[in-house]
Write a protein that binds this ligand. Structure first.
Ligand code: UMA
Length: 482
């Protein structure tokens, strides 16, 4: 259902990437737009341009009066639900949605939505690559970096529509028949969206054709308050799905199994360990897919052809295989696209080899589980850079694994002291404070055959703009080593 926005008073809260895109999108739909950002006006570079565009800006703090005057509020993902002004207007019955909800309700075509504590970006990129390789008109965005409201215009253009939302009950097969007069390969527009718990918290109709929950392990506990609340936010990916939709879940992750109880969608499972009745799994050396319970498994590709390091990437590929088969892509195209897939920047990205030491950048490992997966990707001899901004995480749970595989932990950032306390006696620890010192220390300590791994288990915001910035700084320092 298309949201009527013309002449509506809409407030956008937060003026980062999402807020900026949402504000411009709303303006283009004829809304009277105000944005409110807690940062002072002097540091908001876009402020003069926004004013020129006819968008009002409140900066420095959020004003209750501004919030009360609206017909609709659109929040950026990074704005917590318990901001006092939001709490007050919510209690008054004000409609509050997120940028994902706003953008997705205007997207043309079908949506594949991917969430999980780890692997989201790799799987989103991979599904996007497979759909593109199959000839489908494919857009990729969401938490991965492109706000959904920024994708809307392109989805409308690609669909050849005039901006009217397509029949939401149409299946991919219907799309195919609708377009037979055009290029045979045309099967409608597909938007592949990485979606975070922050974005899912504020959905009210979001209904992906295919939803994937890769895994649910502790993350963002500082924002959600508890693991249960975090898992509940992730579960909302399937809340509005119906029996015509598909939900892909990890058979080896007990927390995604709980999502199964909450869905009306058709469930497909994936597992690297056991045969699955409906979904994708590893059998011997191969990945197989079973389209329906009782059906014959079809071979998709040998596991050895996956060009990404780490057992977790086998799971990501299995999830992508499910999504792609459900979108109607044949096994041969999937195999070719996976084989030519390159590791995504900052996800277990190989940087260089120097003196027999291999350097890997996994700056996207912003929680403990991601770090565990990164460490598990190497047999031993690891010099691990840990630290950054803590998210109420428990680092002690890594103790056994680090004892087995890590030679030195090198700490950086504001979480360093907590990490050192929780891992004391487990493994040799060196305090470096800065990334520059950490890379120098790692270089000093590592010998031929070792691995230096940045997989910090923390957010980056104490010392860097974001995890990409942290990863780039690490890579530059590594490339400068002689
Ligand atoms: N702000 C307020 N009031 C508040 C809190 C924040 O005004 O109470 C303002 C800040 O001053 C700032 C703005 O809000 O100006 C930031 O908004 P934001 O944090 O939502 O950041 P965006 O730039 O809009 O980026 C968001 C996602 N960020 C977060 O979820 C924190 C990006 O995901 C996403 O790529 C982008 O939208 C486009 O969709 C990043 C992320 O870290 C990569 N995601 C988390 C993760 O992957 O773990 C969930």
């Amino acid at each position: 259902m298309v949201m009527e926005l013309k002449n509506k008073r809409v407030l956008v809260v937060g003026l980062g990437k999402s807020g900026l895109s949402a504000a411009r999108f709303l303006k283009s739909k004829g809304a009277k737009v105000t944005v409110s950002d807690a940062r002072p006006a002097t540091v908001i570079a876009e402020l003069p341009t926004l004013l020129d565009e006819g968008i009002s800006v409140e900066a420095g703090s959020h004003g209750l009066l501004t919030f009360r005057r609206q017909d609709l509020i659109v929040v950026s993902p990074g704005v917590p639900a318990d901001v006092p002004e939001l709490k007050q207007v919510r209690a008054m019955g004000m409609r509050i949605i997120g940028e994902l909800e706003l953008g997705a309700s205007f997207l043309e075509g079908e949506v594949v939505a991917i969430t999980g504590s780890n692997g989201k970006t790799t799987t989103t990129t991979l599904v996007g690559e497979i759909l593109k390789a199959s000839g489908r008109l494919t857009l990729v965005g969401g938490n991965i970096g492109t706000p959904v409201t920024e994708m809307v215009a392109e989805s409308i253009k690609l669909s050849g529509h005039d901006g009217q939302t397509a029949d939401p009950s149409a299946s991919p097969q219907d799309d195919k028949s609708k377009n037979t007069a055009q290029d045979d390969k045309f099967k409608g527009v597909w938007s592949v969206l990485e979606v975070s718990s922050f974005q899912l918290e504020t959905v009210e109709t979001f209904k992906p054709k295919i939803a994937l929950v890769l895994n649910i392990t502790p993350d963002h506990l500082d924002r959600h308050g508890s693991f249960e609340a975090y898992a509940a936010a992730k579960t909302r990916i399937t809340e509005f799905q119906t029996a015509d939709d598909f939900l892909v879940l990890n058979a080896e992750d007990v927390n995604t199994q709980l999502v199964a109880a909450k869905t009306k969608a058709q469930i497909y499972w994936f597992s690297p360990k056991r045969q699955i009745k409906q979904g994708a799994f590893v059998h011997g050396e191969s990945i197989l897919f079973t389209a329906r319970e009782g059906g014959k498994p079809e071979p998709v590709m040998p596991v050895a052809e996956i060009p990404l390091a780490g057992a977790h990437n086998v799971e990501n590929v299995l999830a992508a295989v499910c999504a792609a088969r459900l979108a109607g892509v044949d096994a041969k195209t999937i195999r070719t696209a996976v084989r030519s897939f390159k590791a995504v920047e900052h996800r277990l990205e190989f940087v260089r080899e120097l003196g027999g030491v291999r350097y890997f950048n996994d700056s996207k490992a912003t929680n403990v589980d991601a770090t565990v997966k990164a460490v598990e990707s190497f047999a031993g001899g690891i010099h691990l850079i840990l630290g950054g901004k803590d998210k109420d995480s428990n680092y002690a749970v890594m103790g056994q694994l680090l004892r087995e595989r890590v030679k030195t932990v090198i700490t950086i950032g504001s979480a360093a002291e907590k990490i050192e306390r929780e891992l004391a006696g487990v493994v040799k620890i060196e305090a470096a404070e800065t990334m520059q010192r950490a890379v120098a220390l790692a270089h000093e300590q590592a010998s031929a055959g070792d691995t230096v791994l940045l997989a910090p288990a923390c957010a980056s915001f104490d010392q860097f703009e974001n995890y990409e910035h942290r990863g780039r700084v690490f890579k530059e320092l590594v490339m400068a080593l002689r």
